[in-house]
Design a binder for this molecule. Structure first.
Ligand code: CDP
Ligand code: MG
Length: 739
């Protein structure tokens, strides 16, 4: 047979095709920009040269003016049809037929409860209707969201629908990121940010309308907002208040808001077939992967939504699905995997809303965020393992952790509903019908009843609300939890013995941080390490992991990471060294690659740090420090975190000092081999056991120095005598005189 003369080019094209495919998939891999190719076709150049010589150049090229004119025309046409398309889309939404009735109801009542199914258009449309009806002339229209990703994403959507640049007329505000300007009239924000706004504007004077959205989620901040907005509505009769919810049990909201009227938008829902497993699933990660593959192979077109509990699970499932799809290019339709979770970089969030190309199937791997806050069109199949991450708090021991918990029936039903928005769908539950009926709670317990209230109590106290026991909570928190929070704030020095805010407490409230971190920042002044503590606090507030540890390069990554924890003083200082190393490299991306550090997390740390430094300057903390002052840095940390201290046990586990509980070093800790005798930890995470994450060694006598009202010398010293000697690694370090 004759050799195919085009073989080489075909191979090249196939390669390019693969590359485009990879970028599509790869956009989630790390957001690598599409590769750029430079083509120089020599024969074209010859052609141009010949023309130039022949004097034909004018004919060959359009003038820049001509080109600009043509482009502007094309843009105008595209924009017009795009605008029409958008307006058409808005008219299709279930709330649209109720637009005028809704506006009348808002006009007639100060407080209105709005109930409409997820995806009906509450979040994106109602604020626009109010703006179109002129409410924005009297002040901003605010809309709260329990989740930061939702706030960013709906704001982007609404800006797009209104044809404005995000951050101008339409903006959003989330912790450590304010994307608004003087022009902003529609402001989406997390519920936590609105709570902070009360500190500077207790009557919300700059708003004409406030919409407390996703009220059914009953997050801690939303619940506190209920009490605050209900109160200001009394002396701001011009303020309109909307409470919107995706579930039908709106009577409770109505009752709480003095029997405010309920505006119901009838839902449009297609039937969803629900499948349960025959037997309980031991491993829901594996079962999720199987379920997705089953759908991909057997079911007709339609996108899949899988509910997982967090970034790590999402990444694990993504990896497993990729493995399953590898080499199946010809037998199976293309699978486009789209993760979405709180810390997903915003550039990648938009991806989940891109329409699925014909013949392909989108698989969205999401946390609870996709349950009601975000609507993704085209979902026909839902895979529901039945779990979510929830905070749990034990006021007796003061232990707080994030726990993977079975969801409630109400949640499971919301999840299933996501499959039937635009056509009939299917929901695959990875649990048995029996456990749904008998083991799952009817409703999720409101967060206020299962979380540490330190932060909120500090905020309420700064707002001048003293009598917390009689605050108008929709569902009050357990009295024990409130007392615990007051006691902790007292121990931190934020409250005096009458329960009044101290000067220190007032300064602490300036920071959008947990009181323990706020205290650490302020204590850094005393120990003259404010620069270093600003870095540590920024690094622990990033939320996503700092270190990059791909499985196939784990050994290299671990080696690189070890460099940061030399000296064995702990994870906080290791985090600081990472930041300092990056800063020394002039914030270089290359440096991050070489050191197996995640660039995005570092950039976020830098943003957070800049803001913290701004706030520190506002409360007049002098920025000073010396990175080698490891003791001072750890003392500052212990000043905020003396509640979170533990000591080594004979079996290598740890016990918390007050209210003794068994805890363990997290496998990621740099102290794992060293087992120091006394440690302070940033947080507990409960997986197979209670793990302390981000841990540093401390000296017990520091506790007496730092928190004399909380620890007394006798107790600590007596305990110290009974302590095991630490392990060999520690002893070796001791012998070498290493701190
Ligand atoms: O708040 P609610 O659940 O009632 O609905 P919404 O969030 O206002 O969403 C209305 C529609 O906007 C959805 O059906 C989505 O198709 C679309 N949307 C979108 O395309 N991109 C977003 N970021 C948010 C909404
Ligand atoms: Mg919504």
């Amino acid at each position: 047979a004759r050799a195919n003369p085009h073989a080489e080019q075909e191979a090249w094209e196939a390669e390019q095709l693969k590359k485009t495919h990879v970028t599509r998939v790869g956009a989630q891999d790390g957001g690598a920009a599409a590769p750029q190719y430079d083509f120089v076709f020599e024969d074209t150049m010859d052609f141009v040269k010949a023309d130039m010589l022949a004097g034909n150049i004018e004919d060959l090229f359009e003038t820049p003016e001509e080109r600009k004119k043509k482009e502007a025309e094309a843009r105008a046409i595209a924009a017009k049809s795009e605008r029409e398309r958008i307006q058409e889309g808005r008219r299709q939404l279930p709330v649209h037929p109720y637009r005028d009735a809704l506006l009348e109801a808002v006009e007639a009542h100060q407080i209105l409860i709005i109930v409409a199914e997820t995806g009906a258009g509450k979040t994106t449309q109602v604020p626009q209707y109010l703006h179109e009806a002129g409410y924005s002339a009297a002040g901003k229209i605010g809309c709260t969201q329990p989740r930061r990703v939702a706030a960013m994403s709906v704001a982007a959507r609404v800006a797009h629908e209104m044809g404005v640049k995000l951050g101008n007329e339409v903006g959003y505000s989330i912790r450590f990121e304010d994307c608004t300007s003087d022009k902003t009239i529609l402001k989406y924000m997390t519920d936590g940010m609105l709570l902070r706004e009360f500190l500077s504007e207790p009557d919300l004077a700059s708003y004409s309308v406030m919409m407390i959205d996703e009220a059914h989620e009953r997050t801690l901040h939303t619940d506190v907002l209920f009490g605050l907005v209900k109160d200001i509505a009394r002396f701001r009769p011009d303020l309109k208040l909307l409470i919107s919810s995706a579930t039908l049990d709106a009577e409770k909201f109505s009752e709480y808001f003095d029997y405010a009227p309920i505006f119901k938008v009838p839902g449009r829902r297609y039937p969803v077939d629900i499948y349960f497993t025959k037997a309980p699933e031991a491993d829901y990660i594996d079962a999720s992967v199987q379920a997705v593959m089953r759908i991909h192979v057997l079911e007709p077109e339609g996108d899949v939504l899988v509910f997982l509990t967090g970034q790590e699970e999402i990444e694990a499932v993504e990896e497993l699905l990729r493995q399953r799809m590898r080499g199946k290019g010809t037998q199976l339709a293309e699978m486009i995997i789209c993760p979405i979770y709180a810390n997903l970089p915003s550039e990648l969030q938009a991806k989940i809303f891109e329409p699925t190309p014909p013949g392909a199937r989108k698989v969205v791997l999401a946390t609870n965020i996709a349950e009601t806050s975000l609507t993704i069109d085209g979902i026909k199949y839902v895979v529901d393992p039945g779990f979510a991450k929830q905070n749990s708090y034990n006021p007796r021991t003061g232990m707080e952790s994030l726990v993977v918990t079975p969801v409630s029936k109400a949640s499971a039903n919301q999840r299933a509903g996501r499959a039937g928005r635009t056509s009939a769908g299917k929901c695959f539950r990875l649990y048995t019908a029996h456990s749904f009926e008998n083991e799952m709670e009817d409703n999720t317990v409101p967060e206020i009843q299962r979380t540490n209230l330190g932060n909120v109590v500090l905020m309420l106290k700064s707002l001048g609300i003293h009598d917390l026991m009689n605050f108008d909570f929709m569902d009050p928190p357990p009295a024990e939890t409130l007392l615990r929070a007051l006691e902790q704030l007292y121990a931190l020095g934020a409250l005096n013995d009458k329960g009044e805010l101290t000067k220190l407490g007032r300064r602490m409230a300036e920071f959008p941080l947990d009181p323990m971190l706020a205290k650490t920042l302020i204590a850094s002044e005393t120990y003259k390490v404010s620069e270093q503590i600003a870095t540590v606090c920024a690094m622990v507030s990033v939320g996503s992991s700092i270190f990059y540890r791909p499985k196939d390069k784990a050994v290299f990554a671990d080696n690189a990471h070890k460099n940061f924890s030399r000296g064995g003083v702990g994870d906080h200082i290791a985090l600081m060294s990472v930041y300092d190393g990056w800063a020394e490299s002039n914030f270089s991306t290359q440096w991050c690659f070489e050191n197996y550090v995640q660039v995005r997390s570092m950039k976020r740390a830098r943003d957070i740090r800049d803001q913290l430094v701004g706030l520190m300057e506002r409360v007049e903390i002098e920025m000073v420090g010396d990175s080698s002052e490891h003791d001072s840095i750890r003392k500052a940390i212990a000043s905020g975190f003396f509640y979170h201290t533990a000591r080594l046990q004979k079996d290598g586990s740890y016990r918390t000092i007050k209210n003794p509980q068994s805890v363990h070093l997290h496998p990621s800790s740099s102290l794992l081999q060293l087992l120091p005798r006394w440690v302070v930890y940033h947080e507990l995470v409960l997986t197979s056991k209670e793990f302390m994450r981000t841990v540093s060694e401390i000296k017990p006598e520091w506790l007496v120095e730092i928190a004399p009202h909380y620890y007394n010398k006798k107790d600590i010293m007596e305990d110290a005598k009974k302590m095991p000697k630490g392990n060999k690694g520690r002893a070796a370090l001791d012998a070498a005189g290493v701190e």
